[in-house]
Design a protein around this ligand. Structure first.
Ligand code: ZN
Length: 464
């Protein structure tokens, strides 16, 4: 029998010890990023360039994928003398990563990577590796962005978020609870929201009295609409941070009216966490240019303009191309995440030197409805399907209230158990009130702007 202390240590003390250490490192990075934000735009550009050069040299030394690719192009890292040269390098796609994950792993990190999967909002699940430093830095960058919205580490924070899918183990659930308690946070599962149980979400907010609410935009707007329609008063947080999809102005107004506090727009994705966020001026989103390089590429062209070039005139719109300057384990050099954004050359009244995005488009995820009154945010599907092996692309279409069509492109790893898993997970949230039709196809057409719409609702607006 394992001693009780050993069990306690493994499940209780060690996670605390580890998060204590991790927290210290994350705090050191957070302090560094806090200082960087006030540098002049030129200084930030110089810092970014230095970090990019270091990354490229590392890729040349250690990452077989780039060694081969650059050799084929006849170039070395020394040939890349500025961002214009850099913009000539080929982009990295999800397909590249799926086909060459092993080759993209740096030699010295081969056995030390952590992994994460994403369903992304582009409907193509992806598994990728990252280093511990990269993870801690991402967390720090996220905190810096959340601080602009008035959040602070340790403040009571309520997440209206995606819940667990699959079967989390009891140890895992316990660790989650411990973590949430230690970090003063509570998570509400937005996937279980229905018209009928809205009041229980309002009750949970009243009971927890959060300073900060971080929420998927779709479910938050519906809760806000319900609060306004029913006249229900609710505990007033100090700030609300929208996540996972763009917060549009009309949605911001509804949320602010219902909750009586400012709501902030952020832009992130699972591959990099927070990419850009609004500061207290709420006049564009500051790009985390000391941590990432964000370029905007004209669709169909090789070259791109730099969101962080302070000399570019006016605004420019293009496909988002991102380089993570700190993931040395599996470096993403010029990764296309499928979003489209508009950058502006204007500076922000707050005085931060980080460049601005005017807006981000692209993550179009329609909510799905059921006869039982569920309103399932579009994020549910990428979140759930990211763990399905061999699923290359998918799209969910709702034409009737009682029916969902799941169209899939499957790869070698997909089998009967994958399908059973999908059916089980969907049934868990929507019950049997809705029929799930699964269909396999060779390809799923993109929208005219080159995006894959992951969830499409064609219900008439009187229903949807
Ligand atoms: Zn600002």
């Amino acid at each position: 029998m394992a001693g009780w202390y050993e069990t306690a240590f493994r499940h209780v003390l060690y996670p605390i010890y580890e998060s204590g250490l991790r927290r210290r490192r994350t705090l050191a990075y957070l302090n560094e990023y806090r200082r960087n934000q006030w540098l002049a735009p030129e200084q930030i550009a110089a810092l970014q360039w230095e970090r990019l050069q270091r990354l490229l040299e590392h890729c040349e030394r250690e990452v077989p994928f780039y060694q081969r690719r650059w050799r084929e192009l006849g170039i070395t890292s020394a040939d890349i003398r500025n961002l214009d040269d850099y913009a000539q390098l080929p982009v990295l796609t999800k397909a590249d990563i799926r086909a060459h994950a092993d080759e993209l792993t740096a030699d010295s990190w081969r056995d030390r990577l952590q992994f994460k999967a994403t369903g992304g909002s582009t409907g193509e699940p992806l598994r990728f590796g990252f280093t511990r430093e990269s993870n801690d830095r991402r967390t720090a960058v996220m905190w810096r962005g959340y601080e602009w919205a008035g959040s602070r580490m340790g403040r009571r924070t309520l997440f209206l978020w995606g819940g667990a899918v699959g079967e989390p183990t009891r140890a895992h659930q316990f660790k989650d609870r411990l973590y949430n308690a230690a970090f003063a946070r509570r998570v509400l599962n937005s996937f279980s929201m229905t018209e009928a149980n809205m009041s229980s979400f309002a009750d949970a907010i009243d009971a927890y009295r959060p300073d900060v609410i971080v929420a998927y935009v779709g479910p938050l707007v519906r809760l806000a609409q319900w609060l306004i329609a029913t006249g229900r008063r609710i505990y007033r947080p100090q700030t609300i941070i929208g996540a996972a999809e763009a917060l549009h102005e009309f949605q911001r107004q509804i949320i602010e009216q219902a909750f009586g506090c400012p709501a902030y727009n952020t832009y992130g994705c699972r591959e990099f966490m927070l990419i850009a966020a609004e500061c207290e001026q709420r006049d564009g989103l500051h790009v985390n240019a000391d941590h990432l390089l964000v370029e905007l590429r004209k669709p169909g062209s090789a070259a791109s303009s730099h969101a962080d070039d302070p000399h570019a005139a006016g605004t420019c719109t293009g496909e988002v191309v991102i380089t993570d300057l700190f993931n040395y384990g599996m470096p993403f050099v010029r990764y296309v995440n499928g979003d489209v954004a508009t950058a502006t050359s204007s500076t922000c009244g707050c005085g931060r030197g980080l460049p601005l995005l005017r807006r981000v488009d692209g993550r179009v995820l329609d909510a799905i409805r059921t006869p039982a009154g569920h309103i399932l945010p579009g994020e549910f599907f990428p979140h759930m399907l990211k763990d399905v092996a061999g699923l290359e692309r998918f799209q969910v279409v709702q034409r009737r209230l009682d029916q969902l069509e799941l169209v899939m492109v499957r790869g070698p790893g997909f089998d009967e158990s994958s399908l059973a898993y999908i059916r089980r997970e969907v049934a868990k949230v929507v019950g049997d009130s809705i029929e799930l039709r699964c269909e396999f196809v060779d390809d799923i057409p993109l929208t005219p702007s080159g995006k894959l719409r992951v969830t499409v609702s064609q219900l008439p607006s009187s229903v949807a």
